[in-house]
Design a protein around this ligand. Structure first.
Ligand SMILES: CC(C)(COP(=O)(O)OP(=O)(O)OC[C@H]1O[C@@H](n2cnc3c(N)ncnc32)[C@H](O)[C@@H]1OP(=O)(O)O)[C@@H](O)C(=O)NCCC(=O)NCCS
Length: 169
């Protein structure tokens, strides 16, 4: 039987979902988040509530259980409001290789388009081959590399810059 997933915008009522999955994701995959474990642990609930109220965070669900989270932010100014930026993007490993990541991405792309974007952009750790393969599979192209993008545990790490056009419907 195929597992079915749904994705949707998270609201302040989803605070516990957001905080649980972000904590899990940062613990398991520190290279997939900007914040580190200490910053996550020290983020006040009020701060997360206000980000959730800004309608920039999304979740993917397997039946009623949240199994992944993502962020999507639009360019703020007239000259860049056609650009959507994605991140973070995390799916519980129990749901890898299924439709969870694609379902979450589809919702981000649809939302980006509804909000006026013509392209969606992201940065991914150059040493994250699974995520890079996923992004290429779903239409992202590498357009650059940021040297020393992140500094973690005493070492610098490069990011790949990727972009995917959003087709007009
Ligand atoms: C990135 C992520 C959301 C993708 O979801 P997923 O369910 O794992 O993605 P999929 O299984 O559909 O696609 C991954 C692809 O990478 C391939 N892959 C796995 N390991 C790989 C490796 N070491 N090298 C190259 N390709 C690899 C898989 O075979 C698969 O391709 P296929 O479908 O053609 O076989 C998920 O892996 C995740 O949450 N990772 C941890 C957090 C993270 O890194 N987020 C990205 C931050 S930018």
């Amino acid at each position: 039987m195929t597992t079915s997933y749904t994705a949707r915008l998270l609201t302040p009522e989803d605070l516990d979902i957001w905080r649980r999955l972000r904590r899990e994701g940062v613990t398991r995959f520190p290279n997939a988040f900007l914040l580190d474990q200490e910053e996550v642990a020290n983020t006040p609930e009020e701060r997360d509530r206000s980000v959730l109220a800004a309608k920039v965070l999304f979740g993917v669900f397997c039946e009623d259980k949240a199994v992944g989270i993502a962020g999507l932010r639009m360019g703020f100014f007239n000259q860049n409001k056609h650009r959507a930026h994605m991140g973070p993007f995390y799916v519980d490993p129990d749901h890898w290789g299924m439709a969870a990541a694609q379902t979450l991405l589809d919702t981000l792309i649809q939302t980006a388009q509804d909000r006026g974007a013509t392209q969606i952009e992201l940065e991914v750790d150059a040493e994250n081959p699974r995520a890079i393969a996923f992004y290429k599979k779903v239409g992202f192209q590498q357009i650059g590399r940021m040297p020393n993008a992140m500094h973690r545990e005493g070492a610098f790490h490069d990011d790949l810059l990727m972009v995917r056009p959003i087709e007009a419907t």
